[in-house]
Design a protein around this ligand. Structure first.
Ligand SMILES: [Zn+2]
Length: 496
């Protein structure tokens, strides 16, 4: 069950990307009647000093129009005026169906005492860390609210728990965040009435005195609901309104609910209910979405071709397996059934690797290289190969440390054992997305507790072990030797 949630969870970001990138049109009502002639009405808009309003709108008869008032800093909406209808000042966006030409005016006023801070604690931010505004959102239909963690408990869990340790380890101490918690705020809608997960952001209830957008890099919205689960997601272009001002769409926002599919409490629950796991479900999803917010817009994929290598002609019925989203089962940005560590290709894109941790091979010919366990902060952990053919590879070694321990499936121990006996090879597509490739191709397979349908790639035993050779048109990998210090040495032949 949880696996499914996880898959659904992470798939939402793509749905969102497409959904929201074109969502700038006014909402419309279905054309239930075809009027004999199409009539248009003019909605004239104006605003007082202290803010802006949507420009004049020409609207076809029967259509819904939306008008948005945007107060300047230190201003708020005082009232809506005009003959289009009567609207509450609590709504910065109003929608109506005009019955003729009409006028609407937004009247703004200075906020009473905008400098009085209500929540100043934790508000001082450190520019060397990624600064996250944690916004906790309640809903009218949230029940048993007492069971939910408080804002400060969530803040504390993310700042003092293992999620931050994960980032410190995976970034070798180069990435940290700090969290400022705000709220809880009360969403105007019931959670069950939200149209999708992004609708969590559509609330005017977020009021933070003294708020400055520039104080934060990422906005994390935490819905406190037990009603349903719409996954988690991250996107930069969602509109978020704080004090009636839109937070710029250059800032990433994530949504991560506290409850998941079967209404289990993600805040306390470990994956698959296995207590020994390092992360709670909430922490694991938070890490995944936060990595998206660092501009990693894709997932750790896999590239397999049944019992053949990926560069050979594709087998019939291979489905999406030549570029399978979430296909890397050993990665927090992939399916993460057998590991949590972030692959070295993404780490490099995040500038987490020092020059001493990376060996880059570009010259045609033979090279001998050594790679150490992925979380070693002093030795080479990434071997990158760029071939004249334009192929790019990132090679790493997993010793199945604390972060890669996932022992919920009956085959977990053999998978961890098999895949710690050699090097893991990622191939990069032209967008820089790593695809885990199988060094010992075998027929497609369906996992226990799998995210995927029949025909999944077999990545149970993917590494290149001593005695094995990978010989693609652009590069050959061979002579794999396990050293006594946990490192692996191997030969790279870059072909002309
Ligand atoms: Zn994702």
């Amino acid at each position: 069950m949880s696996g499914k949630c996880c898959f659904f969870t992470i798939s939402v970001i793509y749905a969102m990307l497409f959904l929201y990138s074109c969502d700038d049109s006014s909402p419309t009502l279905p054309d239930t009647l075809s009027p004999p002639q199409r009539v248009t009405f003019l909605v004239s808009t104006s605003a007082s000093e202290g803010g802006l309003i949507t420009p004049n709108q020409t609207i076809q008869s029967g259509r819904l129009v939306s008008i948005v008032a945007t107060p300047d800093e230190a201003y708020q909406l005082k009232e809506w005026k005009g003959n289009c209808g009567s609207f509450s000042k609590d709504h910065l966006e109003v929608s109506f169906i005009p019955s003729g030409d009409c006028e609407i005016e937004a009247i703004f006023e200075k906020m009473k005492d905008p400098t009085t801070p209500i929540q100043t604690e934790g508000f001082t931010t450190d520019k060397n860390k990624t600064r996250i505004a944690l916004l906790v959102i309640d809903f009218p239909d949230t029940s048993s609210r007492a069971e939910f963690p408080t804002v400060s408990e969530i803040e504390k869990a993310l700042e003092e728990g293992v999620a931050l340790d994960f980032f410190k380890t995976n970034s070798y101490g180069r990435f940290e965040y700090e969290i400022s918690g705000f709220g809880p705020f009360n969403h105007e809608k019931n959670y069950v009435d939200l149209e999708d997960i992004g609708d969590v952001l559509n609330t005017q209830s977020i009021q933070i005195n003294g708020f400055k957008e520039d104080d934060f890099d990422v906005f994390a919205l935490i819905p406190r609901t037990d009603k349903k689960y719409d996954g988690a997601a991250a996107a930069p272009f969602w509109n978020l309104s704080v004090n009636g001002h839109l937070v710029g769409n250059k800032k990433w926002k994530l949504v991560n609910p506290l409850f998941i599919g079967d209404f289990s409490n993600a805040f306390v629950q470990k994956d698959f209910f296995v207590e020994s796991y390092p992360l709670t479900i909430f922490e694991r999803i938070f890490i995944h979405e936060l990595i998206h917010c660092l501009d990693i817009g894709t997932h750790a994929k896999s590239k397999t071709n049944g019992e053949y290598y990926h560069y050979q002609p594709e087998i019939p019925n291979n489905g999406e397996n030549l570029s399978l989203d979430y296909g890397n089962q050993f990665d927090i940005m992939g399916g993460n059934n057998y590991g949590y560590n972030l692959n070295v290709a993404f780490r490099d894109q995040l500038s987490w690797l020092s020059t001493t941790q990376k060996t880059t091979i570009m010259e045609v010919g033979r090279h001998s290289v050594t790679v150490y366990p992925i979380n070693d902060s002093e030795n080479v952990v990434a071997v990158t190969i760029k071939t004249p053919h334009g192929d790019r590879y990132y090679i790493e070694y997993r010793d199945f440390d604390f972060w890669d321990q996932r022992s919920h499936l009956t085959d977990s121990h053999s998978i961890m054992s098999n895949n710690s006996q050699g090097i893991m090879v990622n191939w990069l597509d032209s967008w820089g997305t790593p695809h885990l490739i199988d060094m010992s191709p075998s027929p497609n397979y369906t996992y226990q507790g799998d995210h995927f349908d029949i025909g999944s790639p077999d990545v149970r035993d993917v590494v290149l072990k001593p005695g094995m050779t990978y010989d693609s048109p652009s590069v050959k990998l061979s002579n794999v030797v396990a050293n006594t210090d946990k490192s692996y040495t191997f030969t790279v032949d870059v072909k002309p």
